[in-house]
Design a protein around this ligand. Sequence first.
Ligand code: AMP
Length: 291
Amino acid sequence: MSNRITDLEQLKTLLDKARSRGRNIGFVPTMGYLHDGHLSLIRTSASLHLFTVVSIFVNPLQFGPNEDYDAYPRTEDRDFALAQNAGADLVWFPRKQDIYASQSETTVLPGSLAHKLCGLSRPAFFGGIATVVLKLFNIMGPCHSFFGEKDYQQLTILRRMVLDFFVPVKIVACPTVREADGLAMSSRNVHLKPKDRHLALSLIRSINMAQEMARAGQLSCSQIRHSLIEQWPAGIELDYMDFRDDTQLANVERVEPSTRLFVGAWLNGVRLIDNASLWMQQTTRLQDSLS
Ligand code: AMP
């Protein structure tokens, strides 16, 4: 049985107890409305025999003034049951006043990694994420913390933050979990209208097409981008379609082992993002041609 906690002091007591029994903490921060993507992170932590703690907190600091903080789906009982079934030892629903005390004023300011991709249309977003994650790390003291590659820019910024602030935690990247048709799972998909569903697949279609082109030997990012833009459908607003390296997130001109394609879009007010490496297909092609 998992513990369901709201109180911060009770959380600390339970974490101390787990540590005194020799358990290391594995931490999975989420905003709830859990789906299989979140559950894969919880299962990975539990499979490493870590004392697995899930936090469920819709973080106000990472939402802009006209964004969907109020509309963000919140389903605590359902989330607790799902997290417990996936192997969480403890599920924590922090109170807003515990995370952001009224006199609290210090925030984390990420650098250049936050000033591109999603950071261009959501300027407060990554500072809000870095701030809450650092607070949660300091409360929790995890040895490992698990994040999804679906939010690759977030993952990169948090990796940088723990290096810059000497936070003793290992960030573990987990693969993107998708619906059967390829759509990257996201809590916000619940807001997609059934009639828009096929348009939501434009992101993964673009990624698949780019992987195919790279596999066939087209390594020029601008050529690939040109073809992707040509087939991008009307009705879904493209925010960005960038070819970048996987650590500095710098733009690249040719597909290399570190190249990922990042796509962001808006579909009738719903934010959609996706990304993937373009190289695995390419290495397969090279291996094919050698065999
Ligand atoms: P969120 O609740 O959206 O803040 O996400 C919490 C964690 O789950 C983050 O590390 C996300 O990257 C991860 N996550 C969200 N969706 C997916 C997915 N489809 N596959 C894998 N991880 C995911």
